[in-house]
Design a protein around this ligand. Structure first.
Ligand code: ADP
Length: 458
């Protein structure tokens, strides 16, 4: 099967979050199952393709070709979508250009896809353009489209005054197509025009059909519910494995002694008091309300009462300020890095005892799966993908959990962690069980293939 996988970020070439992890791993797993896969992404600053063509460049990445769509003006910038001043004002032009060029590049490469797999609003227009521009084109006659929604909050909404840059007729600007409360909504277009929709966990697939999590698109999604599936993400154990991870201080597998050497080293590097008997909470995250920053900032005093905390993240300036303020009086207990730093992220997964994920909502979440592998116990709000991957230690599971999103419930779970940390034997048996869990991409890749085969009738 020929599969074109299209994404606005792909690890290790460009990353702002989980979408890059997924796009860097799932296509490789599909290829490993014997299929012809090509990845399409923008040619951002810093990328150096091996092969050059007029409109794109290509790198062979672990046996899979990554095609970088070229437009220096649109893509060779310091950030992918947003600067500290806000979103780039021409994001609609940038990603509509990208979407048109992907379809042209497929023809130029003579790669007739059975499946075009798009991801999020940035590539949603590919499904639209395929049906609008190429309906009668033999080259795409057998092509089916899949759209994966990684986070429904991000829909690609733009003022209608820019509609002409899409190059499609105004008859597509109505409530049955791309119009949404008087604006252009790219994700809505993708949902309507794609042959099937997936999202990144079974629980989130149900949640987004309801008002609370549907972000205004619950009606559109409900209408497509026969074609809406939740397939849980995986993680790439070539990137996330404490046994071989080159970015951490000391490699380890089942040895908690070696894991604690990572803790001592990170405590030192981060300026925390060095003691392996201090319980260390870690967090690597976008610092936004979605990730639970409102209740976390309220619970910090309880965390620091008996433990240490290290946070790495970027996000809402409001939370940067609150966290910096909290740190002032707790410098030996609380380390804060307002940054995006891949190396430090790996060190935090390896060094921490507990990983904090108190998300208000979470489509899938990768950090809890990474934490399992690194012997770091996740502490989560049971929503979305967190509910599909973590269950409570008191019920034989591998995490500290709470169910109703509130500061008090978060604090209760923190106290559970502080209590269990004193029971070294139980702690170590939970950690060892967690490290055996398998969330590799192979399972998800097989589920996607089944979905593709259902669509193409192969
Ligand atoms: P998101 O909603 O942000 O995509 P996910 O849990 O799906 O959340 O994925 C987040 C990914 O981004 C993880 O690999 C996490 O380690 C990484 N990450 C988040 N923030 C940072 C940061 N500040 N520095 C380095 N990595 C980060």
């Amino acid at each position: 099967m020929n599969i074109a996988f299209c994404s606005s970020e792909v690890y290790p070439f460009a990353k702002t979050g989980g979408l890059a992890d997924v796009s860097g791993a799932l296509p490789l797993s599909l290829a490993a199952l014997g299929h012809n896969v090509k990845i399409f992404m923008p040619w951002y600053k810093g990328i150096e393709p091996d092969k050059h063509f007029d409109d794109f460049g290509i790198i062979n990445h672990q046996g899979v070709e990554v095609v970088f769509i070229k437009n220096d003006h649109f893509f060779k910038r310091d950030y992918l979508y947003t600067t500290s001043q806000g979103d780039y004002p021409d994001n609609l032009e940038r990603f509509s250009f990208f979407s048109r060029q992907v379809l042209k590049a497929l023809k130029e490469l003579n790669f007739a896809p059975d499946i075009i797999h798009n991801n999020d609003w940035q590539t949603s227009l590919i499904s639209v353009y395929l049906k609008v521009f190429y309906k009668n084109d033999d080259f795409f006659q057998n092509t089916k489209t899949v759209l994966t929604i990684h986070n429904l909050v991000f829909q690609g909404i733009f003022d209608k005054k820019h509609f002409s840059c899409l190059d499609i007729g105004w008859d597509y600007f109505n409530m049955h197509f791309l119009e949404f409360w008087g604006k252009i909504n790219l994700l809505k277009g993708g949902i309507i025009f794609s042959d099937t929709i997936t999202t990144v966990s079974p629980t989130y697939a149900k949640q987004i059909q309801k008002k609370e999590f549907g972000c205004g698109l619950e009606g559109v999604l409900k209408e497509k519910k026969e074609n809406l599936t939740g397939i849980l993400n995986g993680i790439d154990y070539n990137v996330w494995n404490p046994k071989s991870d080159k970015l951490i201080y000391k490699n380890y597998s089942q040895s908690l002694k070696k894991k604690s050497e990572n803790k001592l080293s990170l405590q030192k590097e981060a300026g925390l008091a060095q003691d392996k008997n201090f319980l260390l909470f870690g967090m690597v995250s976008r610092l936004t309300e979605q990730k639970g920053l409102d209740i976390l900032t309220e619970a910090i005093d309880s965390i620091l009462d008996k433990s240490q905390l290290i946070i790495l993240g970027l996000g809402d300036p409001k939370y940067h300020k609150i966290l910096k303020e909290k740190r002032k009086n707790n410098k030996d207990k609380f380390a804060l890095f307002i940054d995006f730093d891949e190396t430090l992220a790996h060190k935090i997964y390896a060094a921490s005892d507990v990983f904090l994920l108190p998300s208000r909502f979470e489509p899938c979440g990768l950090s809890q799966m990474i934490s399992f592998k690194y012997g770091t116990i996740p502490l989560v709000n049971l929503t979305g993908g967190l509910a599909d991957t973590v269950s409570d230690i008191s019920r034989g599971g591998g995490g500290f959990t709470f169910k109703k999103y509130s500061k008090n419930n978060l604090i209760k779970a923190v106290k559970e962690a502080q209590k269990l940390f004193k029971d070294k034997k139980k702690w170590s048996s939970v950690v060892k069980e967690n490290m055996k869990k398998d969330f590799s991409w192979k399972r998800a890749a097989k589920q996607f293939l089944k979905l593709y085969q259902g669509l193409t009738g192969s």
